[in-house]
Ligand binder design. Sequence first.
Ligand code: OOG
Ligand code: MG
Length: 262
Amino acid sequence: MPLSTPRIVELARRLESAALERRTERKLTDAEPDFTLSDGYEVQWALRNLRITAGARLSGLKMGLTSRAKMKQMGVDSPIYGFLLDEFYVPADSQIAMSGLIHPRVEPEIALVTNRDLRGPGCTIANALAAIDFAVPAMEIIDSRYTDFKFDLPSVVADNGSSARYVVGTTARRVRDLDLRTLGVVVEKNGEAVSFGAGAAVLGHPVSSLAMLANLLALREQIIPAGTYVMTGGITEAIKAQAGDHFVARFQDLGSLSTRFV
Ligand code: OOG
Ligand code: MG
């Protein structure tokens, strides 16, 4: 049986407080053994409404768990979506305060910005390609609100795909001028190359992730409006960050971006 609306809001508040107070919670399925994926999305949408009521603005959407490397690292087996808020945004080559985070990890992503509404069901990679304005390089800082970064699919969906911060690079390129499948990325932590990948790691092609997002949103009668910034999901496994760490993501054909944890 689906959870009641008051219970959904209570669980969303629990995750919101954990993020604001930078402490962890037990994963939701521990307290609610029958908690389903659909309950997870109900909590995520309630969390989004709570933040927007508190004054935050929606600044984009994200896909997560779109690469084998990420699914294997987290022990889950299917892609998910979440939302981005202006309060998560960090400009390229600036700093991120550890005081606002719990146990952050960094992952390199290709982000796409749309120029037409995109809707499912039945959205294909060709439909998605026709709706993209440009690609930009990005890094997502994930920070699970669950103890030891351990969760299952319904719990991580409720926690908005662990989203916490995102850094966006400034090299915007038209997708038709790039081969997003073979586009490579190297992540350096404190000057040492620590992870490597290419766009094809993301569902075979990062634009498939955008099409999948349109199809997942259609299940709730939602669309991707024109002008939406979409992160397509971590290309490599996520790398742990601590105060003092400096990360650089070098993307072939899309430039580099960096961030320092302080
Ligand atoms: C879940 C979020 C995954 C991605 O890009 O795969 C994600 C997690 O790993 O905590 O954002
Ligand atoms: Mg991500």
